[in-house]
Design a protein around this ligand. Sequence first.
Ligand code: FAD
Ligand code: MLT
Ligand code: ZN
Length: 535
Amino acid sequence: MPHTQHEFANRTANSCRRFHWIPSVQHSPCRPRINVETYEGQYSANKASEVQKRTFGSAATQIQRNPAYSELTSDDVSYFKSILGDNGVIQDEDRITVANVDWMGKYRGASQLLLLPKSSVEVSKILSYCNTRRLAVVPQGGNTGLVGGSVPVYDEVIVSLAGMNKIISFDNVNGILTCEAGCVLENLSTFVENEGCIMPLDLGAKGSCHIGGNISTNAGGLRFIRYGSLHGNVLGLEAVLADGTILDMLTTLRKDNTGYDLKHLFIGSEGSLGVVTKISVLTPAKLPSTNVAFLSCNDYTSCQKLLLAARRNLGEILSAFEFMDNNCIDLAMRHLEGVQNPLPASQTKFYVLIETTGSDESYDKTKLEAFLLRSMEDGLVTDGVIAQDISQASNFWRIREGISEASVKVGAVHKYDLSIPVEKLYDIVEEMRSRLGGKAEVLGYGHLGDGNLHLNILSSKYDNNILAQIEPFVYEWTSAQRGSISAEHGLGLMKAEKIHFSKSPEAVQLMGSIKKLLDPNLILNPYKVLPQSVL
Ligand code: FAD
Ligand code: MLT
Ligand code: ZN
């Protein structure tokens, strides 16, 4: 590895407590892109209804097809062809199969129709028709969702936004991007970077996920610690309601207190209240100096203390603080091609990736260097490297972002995405390990700076005995900490019936009323987000 040992390493008493120091990375490290790959699930497409009744999505998910929905007829297909043309109406088996299965190969529907509208008016015509006919619909973006929200459960019509991928405008004075919902996040990043800005969010799925999908899931991701939630960064949007009404809320104003801010209903509602068709989003300035450090810590308490110290000492330049336990690193080394652990193999239990982004290269470097030296002297960090070029930075990020990809390669992934006070966040990983006693591999990683744990439990195949050890324990435990059972991935199909672990009955009831007001025939993304009982 072309590391250059930093001069101050010699001043530390223990030669293991060293840093490999290198110049700052000038551009955002190019992170890996993922494409949607569907892993052959353990159940075939013709067993779609059985899939829903299996419990591997989440315990006790017993969903029957709602008989109020019509079944698709050839007249319906002819109507869709009349508004979208032949190219917008997909019945080809291979393409439908891909759209029926989620990214993990875990949730599989049995839709026979994929629609590809090219405008809001076409979306409006589709929904208005489906509403009248009572045909259920699943809005689909890049299909990278992790909770079974983006694929049909039964025979719902899939409405993909992939054909609506135009950038409408970019206001470079105010850094405001306006575009269609089907734009791929990575393409938007490239576009705004050429204009001197960055997208306020970034995630491992950027090469496939759509901005409309990001908004519909209220995706968090790797820049949340710096730029915050999409509830703050999305300025306006256009959505099409279930009856075909086009709701224009596409303002680009920073401040607008005229009545209820309805756009927030569509941010994070996972396609259950409308189809998002256009958005305007704030894009912060792209700063010239980026540094990425990959560090090891002996225990979780040190990771916590390091976070506090980073907040206090790196403050304005801190742009990511991600953590992974040793099991994650082992997994990444086993399953990700070409990836190397930048630190020597040791007894390390935890790894932390810190990124800083600022406007003054020498100031940022000095600040980070001083911080790392102090952290080593205080015993919070045992070893570490700082990327000396984009390729090293990319390798560090590849390890962190590749954990999901490596996880699905094991076979079965039970994925939990929890918000928990940072002090308690790793307790659930340890408890889960002792509950499972070696029957499954338990990984803990996530956006520590946001109090967001990703708990992945891996086994070679789905096994109800393992699931029974996990659920409802994981939800009860999280609820007891007053945490959230979905920090950023959403509820989808997996957790629709679990919302009460994080929300009061009154709040869930009100959500049900809002759903029924906006979508009285319940055609939008059925069986997802809310429990069947409130509808
Ligand atoms: P889809 O998966 O297609 O859909 C997700 C949900 O949104 C579904 O309920 C769907 O019906 C609805 N939807 C999609 N488009 C629209 C629309 N235009 N209008 C209305 N509803 C719509 N998530 C994070 O929050 N943080 C991460 O760091 C993160 N990292 C990931 C890394 C990997 C490798 C993978 C595979 C996933 C990751 N995810 C992450 C989860 C996922 O990528 C996000 O939830 C993403 O925002 C989904 O976007 P999508 O376009 O793929 O949406
Ligand atoms: C992540 O932070 O890597 C994502 O949310 C995806 C995942 O947990 O699989
Ligand atoms: Zn995440």
